[in-house]
Every structure is written in C-alpha cells, then in structure tokens.
Design a protein around this ligand. Structure first.
Ligand code: NAD
Length: 494
C-alpha cells in the first residue's frame, strides 16, 4: 500500500482488549494520540479505570489456570503462528508504527524484524532452556530433579520509542513458558500494539485472557504492579519511572525487570577508520531522531590532531540528513514524537549555548513545507562540551551530539565511568585490538560496541544495562526464561 493511504488513517477511540474481547473504556480521561510527522490527531487513548485494570488481570489469572497446563508443544505452536502473522503484516505494521511514532519506514521495519527475532528466541528458549535437570542416585535410592514452572500473570509496561518491539522483548517468552500477560503500551504511541493485538486476535486466536491490553499512563502502570494477582513486572522507560516501578514492585513482593534511561558515550580514537566511524556515529546519534536508549549522546574524541577533520565529516553528513515525514521514501530522519519532546530538546540546545558549548550545527529551525504542523528538528552538534555541563549529564533523548575532547584512552574510560550516572551502552571506534580490549575490560556499561554505533544485543543475548539504566537482576530477552519461571526441586526415595 502507498504511504498516502496511511497518511490519512485515523483510529478513533482506542479500546482495551480483555479476555479476548475489545472493550470500550468507561473512563472520563482521554488524551489525543498524534501522527507527529503531520501534527495531526489520529486517535484518542483512554486511561483505564481501576476496574478495567482489575478485569484484565482477573482475566489473565483465570486463563493462567488452563494455559499453564496446556501441553508445552501446543503453546509453542501459537508462537509459530505469531511469527507467521507478523511476517505477513510486516509492511502494514511498519507503516502504522511510523505513523504514530514518526521514525522512518526502514527504522520501523528494523523494529519489526527485532520483534520477530524475539519470537524465534522465545521458541528456541522454550525448547532448550525451560527444561529442568535430573541427578540419579544423589544418595542410595535417592534421585533429585528440578523443574521450571510458570508463575502466573505478568505486566509488561512499555515506552513510546519502540511501540511494538519492546512488548516483544517479554511477552513471547512469558506465554511460551505458560504465563499470561497484561500489556500497557505507552500512552503516546498506543496505536501500533493495538493493531498487533487485533491481528493476533483475528489470525492467531490465542485462548481468551492469555494476552490482554489496557491503555493508560502512570496510574495504570502502578495499578498493574500493585494488583495482587500480578506476579512480576517488565518495565522499560525513563529512569525516574523505572525506579518508581522497581520500588513499588519490591514493596508488593513482585519480581521486576526495570530498564531505565541512558546517556551513552561514543569514544573515537585517532586510529579509527573514518569510513566506518562517520556513518556509524551519525546513525547512532541521529537515527530514530535520537530517541533510542542506545543512541550516542556524548561523542568523546581522543584527539591528536585528527578531531577537526573527523568533525567536519561528521557535521557534513549530519547536515545532509533528509528530514521529513517517516512514511515518505528517501526520508532519513523523522520528527520528534510530540511537541513536548521537541520543546524539551530545543531547551537543551539553549542550555548548551548558555553554558558555553559551541553550537557547530543548529537544527532547531527546521521547517518541512508539506507538514508545517509536524514536530521536526534537525541534527544539533555542540563542540567544546565539558562532562559537567547539563547537556553532557542529562538524558536529552533527541538529535543532539555533545563533543567532548580527551587526551588519552585512559582519560576517556575514566570519563565514561565516572561522569555519567547511566550505564546502558558505551562504544569505541578504533582499529587497535589492544585499545578495544582495554575499553571492553574497563568500561562500566551493560552493552558495549566496538566499531558499532548502536550496540543492540540480538534476542539470543540478554539486553544488558547498568547503574541508573537498569534495576533488577535478570535482564530481558533470553534471560527472561529464568525471570518467567520459578524452580521447584524434588527429592525422591524409591
Ligand atoms: P516514560 O518513563 O515516560 O514512560 C514509560 C512507561 O511508563 C509508559 O508506559 C508510561 O505510561 C509509564 N510511566 C510514565 N511515568 C511513570 C511513572 N512515574 N511510574 C510508572 N510508570 C510510568 O518513558 P518514555 O518517555 O515513554 O520513553 C523514553 C524513555 O525510555 C527514555 O528514558 C529511554 O532511555 C528509555 N528507554 C530505555 C530502554 C532500555 O532498554 N533501557 C529502551 C527504550 C527506552
């Protein structure tokens, strides 16, 4: 289908999906949902009432009784079906993802591929990792074995920036292992996951209550965490919200994965291959319009005189990025997700200037002729940034690169480790194996890139994160096999 078709789409009042049925919300609180590329309202999202949250959890709890006893191979068959329908609807879902989020179609397709990869990994994990262990003759006539059992209802609470992919970091594993789920998508980008649920309802036909969806914001998230039937919570979002969820989960005795915000350093060594480094760093800082928890934010250049020529290339390529509506061909950078995000990023650019950084590239005055109401910004690049400046410390979550200079790799590692409270990702660009090895061993972050600008782990690895970027013990993706099950150890004498 042509972009034109999706540009005109509206979705009306969104509904909650509970026990296999779409339910109109009885709430009084509704908020507009935008196509940020056009600044047009495309839907209204309800803030579910406590009663609605309760009915979703109750439905999931009831479904758990049967689903957890459904033969393992039968459960996995549904996952094969989910993969199949996602593949079939990939282009449509990518377009809806772009329409509501703003990212380019290629970026949305990438998100969908990662979602599908997680279904694959959940199938593989369920087959290979969910089995327990057995030891015969621990003592005479005594055998001992362990099994991994599902726990019950899990809540999945997701952020705006990967509306489909992030729920897929968790729910395929949860249901493959016999649990049931209530998803609460972001209230800013609720449309793509609502469409996924429609497709799953019509074409996969999971038993009612296995997968539910309620819309809302902070209060909905909190109500889910506090609900006595919810056994665990998977949360991804900003650090203050992650902390809130982790604290609440602890208070209510729930297991919790809480992935928070980020402030990622990208280190460029003088020996880096510029043909690799320039496109990879531009894409790290400005891909997804900088709205990625694995986006570069501080560009730490270890200078011996090459910095000027590197920054010339980096700025030139960044200036050339084609900005526009993500649904249109050739666009390389879409809008910010909403007006508030656009204003926040502009304020950070002003702050950087105020604090004495030098604005090499100013993207705050971008206008897109055909979409005058869209929330557009271009790439912004600051030089002469110091690690104590606000723009170097706080998460901006938009297209702003802050260039900091260091005189050695040791100083760069020290800066990464001590000048940010976050630890989601750190990357190095170098052609030296020993520089890379030193960086990998000494840097304190969860996901490390070497000549990679966005170190996003494949689904077969955990999605790591440290310091204020992560609260919990087990991580998402493959680690969640242990997260979504509990061990039972049986000792027998016969
Ligand atoms: P957000 O924290 O505003 O919202 C995330 C989710 O939590 C939403 O569903 C929202 O409704 C809910 N929520 C908001 N405030 C809450 C509160 N105080 N208590 C409980 N729930 C609350 O985040 P966002 O703006 O939607 O997403 C961007 C943030 O997510 C950035 O900070 C980004 O770094 C982070 N993020 C992290 C990862 C990761 O893997 N670590 C991945 C993607 C995004």
């Amino acid at each position: 289908m042509q972009a034109q078709y999706f540009l005109g789409l509206s979705f009306g009042r969104l509904r909650n999906f509970v026990n296999g049925v779409w339910m109109d919300s009885r709430t009084d609180v509704w908020r507009p949902v935008y196509d940020p590329g056009a600044g047009r309202v495309i839907a209204e999202v309800p803030y579910a009432t406590d009663e609605e949250v309760n009915s979703a959890v109750e439905a999931a709890a009831e479904a758990f009784e049967k689903w957890s006893r459904t033969p393992f191979l039968e459960r996995v068959k549904y996952l094969f079906e989910i993969k199949h329908v996602l593949e079939n609807h990939l282009d449509e879902l990518a377009a809806i993802n772009t329409l509501n989020h703003g990212k380019t179609l290629d970026e949305s397709r990438g998100d969908l591929r990662r979602a599908i990869e997680n279904v694959d990994a959940a199938i593989a994990a369920a087959y290979t990792l969910a089995k327990g262990e057995m030891l015969h003759e621990v003592s005479p006539r005594i055998d001992e074995y362990s099994v991994k059992e599902p726990l019950g209802v899990f809540a999945v609470i997701s952020p705006f920036n990967f509306p489909i992919m992030i729920p897929f970091w968790f729910f395929p594993y949860a249901i493959a292992l016999g649990n049931t789920v209530v998803i609460k998508p972001s209230d800013i980008t609720p449309v793509p996951m609502a469409r996924v649920m429609e497709i799953l309802q019509q074409e996969v036909k999971l038993p009612p209550g296995v997968l539910n969806l309620v819309h809302g914001g902070k209060e909905t998230a909190e109500a889910l965490v506090k609900h006595p039937h919810v056994k665990g919570v998977c949360f991804v979002g900003s650090t203050p919200a992650a902390r809130n969820i982790y604290r609440l989960a602890g208070e209510h005795g729930k297991r919790c994965i809480a992935q928070g915000g980020a402030k990622n350093y990208i280190v460029v060594m003088p020996d880096a291959d510029m043909d690799v480094t320039t496109p990879a760093t531009v894409s790290s800082f400005f891909g997804n319009t900088g709205q990625r928890c694995l986006a570069g934010s501080n560009l730490l250049v270890v200078d011996n005189g090459f910095k000027k020529s590197f920054l010339d290339k980096f700025s030139r390529r960044s200036r050339e990025l084609v900005i526009g509506h993500g649904l249109l061909p050739g666009v390389e950078m879409g809008p910010l997700v909403n007006k508030a995000a656009m204003t926040r990023v502009k304020n950070y650019v002003e702050k950087g200037v105020e604090e004495g950084a030098r604005l090499l590239l100013d993207g705050t005055e971008v206008r897109i002729q055909d979409f005058p109401d869209g929330f557009y910004l271009g790439a912004n690049i600051f030089d002469e940034v110091t690690p104590d400046m606000t723009i170097a410390r706080e998460e901006i979550f938009g297209p702003v690169a802050s260039v900091i200079t260091a005189s050695s790799l040791d100083e760069a590692i020290e800066t990464v480790n001590t000048r940010t409270d976050y630890g989601n990702m750190a990357c190095i660009f170098t052609s030296s194996g020993s520089n890379a090895a030193k960086f990998i061993k000494n840097v304190n972050a969860g996901n490390i890139g070497v000549n990679i600008g966005v170190a996003a782990p494949a689904a077969y690895f955990p999605f790591a994160g440290r310091k204020n970027s992560f609260y919990g013990v087990l991580h998402g993706q493959i680690d969640s096999v242990d997260f979504f099950t509990d061990k039972k150890v049986v000792i027998t004498r016969w």
